[in-house]
Structure formats: C-alpha cells, structure tokens
Design a protein around this ligand. Sequence first.
Ligand code: ADP
Ligand code: MG
Length: 401
Amino acid sequence: MVLRAIEQRFHEVFPELKGAGKERVFAVRAPGRVNLIGEHTDYNGGFVCPMAIDREMTIVGVPRGDTKIRMHSTLANQTVAFDASAEIAKDGPPWSLYAKGSVEAMRRRGKVKCGFDCLADSSVPLGGGLSSSASFEVATALATLAANDESLDRVELALACQWAEHTYPGVPCGIMDQFISAMGKKGYAMLLDCRDQSRRYVPLDDPNVKIVISNTNVHHELAAGEYGKRRAQCEAAVAAIQKKHAQVALLRDATMEMLDDARGGGDEMDDVTYRRARHVITEIARTVDFAADLENRDYKRCGERMYSSHTSLRDDYEVSCTELDILVEIARGVQGVYGARMTGGGFGGCIVAIVEATAVEKLTAAIDAEYPKRTGKKATTFATVASAGAGKLEWRPSHVV
Ligand code: ADP
Ligand code: MG
C-alpha cells in the first residue's frame, strides 16, 4: 500500500482518533532483505553478504497519553492491544509476538514512557525467506522510539530486535536479518562478519545489474529439525579438528587443510560431517571473495561464486530441494544471468540471481514458462535493488487524525 492508502486505512481502523494531535503522527519503515551469499555461515562465526530490498514494513502511528499499545496489521487483518507499563506478556495471536518482543526490548531500555496506536502494513511476503520478521521487529522498535521522541544506536537496536525474536516468538535467529534491515544502505550490499559484528559496505549500484528474487512458493517441513542437525554436525566437526588444532573454536577458524588433517584416513570423521564442514569453510571464503568481486564490478565472477554456493548447499550441506534446484537450473539457461543460488535456510523459499538489467524479463519469462511445467507450481519472481535501511518517513499526514 502506498503511504496515502496506509494513512486512510489507519483512519478507518481507529476512527475515534479523528481530530487528535495531527502534528504528532509518525511514520517509520524497515525493509526486508535478501542474502546474496554466505549461507549457514552465521552460526559458524563466518561472513554473510545481504542487502536490503525495496519491500518493506511501514508503520503509521500516534502517541497515546497512557502506556497502552494498539497495533493493527493489515496482513493479519487483526488489531491487538497490550500494555507496556510492565513486562509484556507472551500471549495473543502468534504474529503479535514479533511486535511485543520489540516493544519489550525498548521498555527494558527505558524508552517507553507512552504507548501508541498504529497501523502496520507490509510489502514483504510473510514467511518467504525475505525476513518479514526482522522488518516487523525493526519497524516496531522504531515506531516505539518515534512515539517517545527517543533514539537508539543502530547496532543496539538490531541486537534488541534479535533478542525480541529469540525471546517472544522463540526463533533462534542469527544477527544478519536485523543488522541489514536496521543498517542497510541504498546502493550497497553489506559484508557482515558474524563473529565480531563488523561491517563493510560494498557498492551495488550499477544500473546495468539487477538482483532478481524468485520464490519457489514451497516450504518443506523438514527445515526446523534439519537446522538443528546441521548445527550439531558443525560442532562435531569443530571437536574433531580441535584434537589436532586446539586454536579452532568455530569453523570460521578452520582451513580445508585442517579439515583434511582431522579426517585422517577417513576413520576420524564420517563423510557427512566432513561434507558439512567443507561447505561452511568454502562458503565463508566464497563470501569474502564475492564481496571483492562485487567491489571490482566483476559480475561474472560474482555469478560463478553464487552457482558454486548453490552446488555446495545442495551436495555438501544438503539443504536444497527439487524446486530450488529447478529454479537455479532455469536461471542458468538464460542469457544475461551471471549466477543464481538458493538463499535463506533452504528446503524451500527463494533463489537469488544476479543478472544484466536487460535479462530480467527473459529470466522472468523462462521461470513462468518452465517452473510450472516441471513442478506443477507457480513461482513468484521480481527484480529488486539494494535499498536503504530502516528509518523515519518524512511526510505530511492528511487523512489521519
Ligand atoms: P520471514 O522472516 O522469512 O518472512 P518468518 O517465519 O521468520 O519468515 O516470519 C514470518 C512471520 O512474521 C509471520 O508468520 C508473522 O507471524 C510475522 N509477520 C511478519 N510480517 C507481518 C505483518 N506485516 N503482519 C503480521 N505478522 C507479520
Ligand atoms: Mg524471519
């Protein structure tokens, strides 16, 4: 929805606010994201390379005189109300926990003197691997700060939102989603070191290059259980490597030589553990190299690294699925596509491709023609650009209050 429409909807949802302090209305936004490369590296202390996309959550609100918060989500088509004068209960509809966690994180930092009434609208597809959850948390935190004329350091804001996702909906996410939503830059991807949280911005503003996202529109149930298994396998690999290389605390510290050394003749480490660790070690290196290639505007090499990443995730880490593999194969057959890979945890969700601007239509057409034939399903495909991180929206309210 465009801002005017969001504003109008706000007026419909909260008709009783008509006439109350127009000048106090605030609007904030927080984008979704796509990870260009660096998958399953975060919990191994490695690198990721996400960018903010031009799909975002928008919140329009008005501060209240008390500590109550009312939020209407257009996508859930539901309004929740809760009080922020004391610890916020983890109850109500599941979607509301993302907002409650965020407000609670602000409350614990002494940022909530007053509550607010707000409407939350989003163009980030829910559960599609583009991090609607982080955009929701970051937008809610910013709305809370805006209502209270408060501010917060962006790193602290991102960490507070990660805490919210861990503690309220109970999702054990890494730091990537909240960091890029809160600190993305227009025209840049972010190379993020998940071990020390340091960031480097890498230009991605060439008008001749587009990032295309295509959603398989499937999500296989295995995902949660397999995620836990992968983490355990990475820990097992570290334990085996440590026997010979005590300084290795995380796979980030390991090299392929160390891994081969730890495997010995083959009886020291089973093949599955070896392949899991091989993915992580090579993926961390690929991510750093990708950022350097992007800086040099060498999109061909960027693309090759994305294909390698996909192969490694498919064969060594075994987190891909038929639908993702088919989308990557289709992309590979289109002229002007530099590279493509699955993005996100796997077992469904999206692929991301880096393509010549002139090839966007060809790629979309190829996916529309071939994906349904091969899977019986429909994919959703769109082009996007590296967008700005979260912030306040400057605008003049018209319909609201
Ligand atoms: P992703 O972050 O990849 O989109 P998640 O499963 O992490 O997927 O988060 C999706 C969940 O976040 C939704 O099921 C919903 O509970 C919540 N959510 C995100 N955006 C909204 C929104 N605009 N309105 C209501 N709930 C939302
Ligand atoms: Mg999420």
